[in-house]
Structure formats: C-alpha cells, structure tokens
Design a binder for this molecule. Structure first.
Ligand SMILES: Cc1ncc(COP(=O)(O)O)c(C=O)c1O
Length: 388
C-alpha cells in the first residue's frame, strides 16, 4: 500500500457528503455474521446458459474489438424492436438508442448532458442512491420531493410546488426501488399535464420494467407520446437477464436529446464491450425470457410475502421490482438502521433500512428485502425470521 505523504496534494472532494453505501456496509456485516443476505439487490442464481453460450460464441467468433460508439447495430435494433412490440413506440436504432455500461452510467451520462451549474433536478424520495451525487457532479442541486408516506404514490401537488424556473429535469423510477410500487397510466397523465407548460426534461429509470406483477402492465414512458418526447428512458440488461455484474443497459430518447447524450458518452466510456452486446442481441431473438420474467419473480414474491405473514413482520404490497418491504413496528421501535444491524447479527438475515433512500433519513420502521434468490435461500431466511 502506498501511504499518502506530506507530498501527496490534498484533494478538495467533489462529493464531500458521500461515504460507503449502506449496501456495502450491510453486505459486509452479513458476511461477518453468516447472515442470509437479502440486502443488496442481485440474484443468487445464475443466468440462462443459452446467454452464456451466445456471449461465448461472440468472443470465440472474434467479436472482440471496439464496437461503434453507440453500441452494436444488431443490439440497438433488438432493443428498438422490443420497445415497439411492448409499448408501441418506434425508436430509431441508429439515432435514438444507445447501449450503456449499465443503467448507472446511462443516468449519470444523461444528467451530465443536460444539467448545468445552478440547475435544479427533482427527485422523488425514497430514491436510488446514485441520483444525487450525479446531480452534484454536474453542478446541479437535487430538490427532494417525498412520495406519499405509507402508499409511496407520487404527490403531484408537492411536485408542482417544487417546479421552478431553475428546474431542468425530473427523475422518475417505475417500478420503484425501494418501495416496490408502480406508476399508473393516470400518474403518467398527471405528470404530462404538469410538465406541458415547462421545458423540464424527464429521466425515466425503468430498470425493473419486466417485473410488474398481478397482470398489471408496466406504464413505460415510451407508451406516452407527450412524455416520451422529452424523456431519456433507461433500462438494464443486468436486471432483466440475471447478470447484474455485466453492467450493461441502454437508453432511448428522441434524436435531438440523444445527440447531446452521445457527446458525453463518447468521452466517458466511449462504448461498451463488444461480445456481450452481440451475445445479448442473439439471445433477445427469443422474447420468452423477458416475457416470462414477471411470472418468474411473482412466484418468488408470493413465496416470500406469504412466509413473512407467518412472522411478526408486516409485508407491504410489492407490485413490481424484486424487492419486498416490511414493517417491523410490532417487534421494535428502534431506528431502521439499528434494527437492520441487529437483524443481521442476531437473526441472521440482512435487509436495507428504508431511511437510507431518503435525503432526510425519514424513519418509518420499514426495511427492504430482495427476493431475487433461490427458493432454498428464501426459505432459510423465512425460517430465521419466524424466530423474531
Ligand atoms: C432504480 C435503479 N436504477 C438503476 C440501477 C442500476 O442498474 P445497473 O446495474 O444496470 O447500473 C439500479 C440497480 O440497483 C436500480 O435499482
């Protein structure tokens, strides 16, 4: 290890408020105590071997050099075709789709492309943890508007009140991490009406687009003519195909917005690895995997939520994503983080405190579990939680 010396110049942090994320903290604690890790959101099972074969065939077939900056055309075409078949909007694969290094890179790239110093960005709390540091790096300011406590529905009166001449963009995430709620068509309509008289852009984080349950349809912004005209829609192959470690996603937007996105993208990552793009394009010829995903995860949700009902935790509705929130107020009135730490140490199950997703660390006695796990993992966790 090279230790800093008096000669190492001090850095004035661009992100002075950022520390180690709660996901890293809880995963480390889970490992230390041999807990079942239902904290961080990733599957503990492998992807479809056909996807591995497709990527391996691309690598062995010599598809290993730089692809075009915006992504390989076959994959962009596959994405455009999927969006059209599901949501009825045709994006031009050449000028309106870009392949990114996960949704995370798509979101920061969109923000850097459109947010200028002094601009405001509306985020709806609780929200994914990368949004605010991304906004800060662009010199903007996050304006936090809470979703309605208890139901986690968008509060349009408060969103309207937060709009100002400085508002440049609003970030919407549906299906929603961490609350597992989904926006309705009526919510989208209300948002469209609010934004109509403004120049405010929209970043739609739809990484869980294929995980909506109980026969409800995903209200993608792509379905909504007016909103789509001002939106970057972001999704993640990692979530859809059980390969979160591959870090690959995409963004869809009108051509004039995509021009600016790509200016930042080409000097950020420039492009995303070639063989995985070809492998995904080949695999996506079969729509079965993405069409079957909701039922696959709905069964896991049902298993886990039913199991929770037999504990002293109270499961909240989970309409989408692979998360299940639970209320622990029957067990304890500790703050959420303290409860999660104790749950990991004493009960052997790791979860994430909901307060970690709020700028003001709102306490509601709620924790988030991830159920993207094998049945045996979920059953082991439930057996432990029954002892609570
Ligand atoms: C709401 C939300 N957005 C974005 C991401 C990041 O996705 P990716 O792994 O493709 O970067 C996640 C991952 O947990 C997420 O939950």
């Amino acid at each position: 290890m090279t230790t800093a010396t008096a000669r190492t110049p001090a850095i004035t942090s661009r992100l002075p408020n950022v520390g180690t994320t709660i996901f890293t903290v809880m995963s480390a604690l889970a490992q230390q105590h041999g807990a079942v890790n239902l904290g961080q959101g990733f599957p503990d099972f492998d992807c479809d071997p056909r996807l591995l074969d497709a990527v391996s065939a691309a690598m062995r077939g010599g598809l290993n050099q730089y692809p075009p900056m915006a992504g390989v055309p076959v994959l962009r075409e596959a994405v455009a075709a999927k969006i059209e078949s599901l949501y009825g909007r045709r994006y031009d694969a050449g000028s309106e789709i870009t392949i990114t290094a996960g949704a995370t890179q798509a979101i920061i790239t969109a923000i850097l492309a459109i947010v200028h110093p002094g601009d405001e960005v509306i985020v709806l709390d609780p929200c994914y943890d990368s949004y605010e540091p991304n906004i800060e790096l662009a010199g903007g300011r996050a304006v936090h508007v809470p979703l309605v406590p208890g139901t986690f529905r968008p509060d349009f009166a408060r969103i309207a009140a937060a709009l100002s001449p400085k508002t440049r963009v609003i970030i919407v995430n549906t299906p929603h991490n961490p609350s597992a709620t989904v926006w309705t068509a009526q919510d989208m309509q209300r948002l469209a009406e609010l934004l109509r008289p403004t120049d405010v852009l929209l970043i739609a984080d739809e990484v869980y687009e294929h995980m909506v349950y109980d026969g409800v349809r995903h209200e993608s912004v792509a379905r909504h003519e007016e909103l789509a005209q001002r939106a970057f829609i972001v999704s993640s192959f990692g979530k859809t195909y059980h390969v979160t470690g591959w870090k690959i996603g995409f963004v869809a937007a009108p051509a004039s917005m995509m021009v600016e996105f790509r200016k930042v993208h080409q000097f950020n990552v420039f492009t995303v690895n070639t063989p995985v793009q070809h492998g995904l394009a080949a695999y996506m010829r079969d729509p079965g995997p993405h069409l079957g995903l909701a039922m696959f995860y709905q069964r896991k949700r049902d298993l886990f939520a039913d199991g929770l009902r037999a504990t002293r935790l109270r499961p909240l509705p989970s309409a989408g994503t692979y998360f299940q929130c639970a209320d622990y107020s029957r067990i304890s009135d500790e703050p959420e983080r303290a409860f999660c730490e104790r749950l990991t140490r004493e009960t052997g199950v790791a979860a994430i405190p909901m307060s970690a997703f709020y700028a003001d660390a709102l306490e509601q006695r709620l924790i988030r579990f991830c159920f993207a796990k094998q049945t045996t993992t979920l059953e082991l966790a439930l057996e432990r939680l029954r002892r609570l």
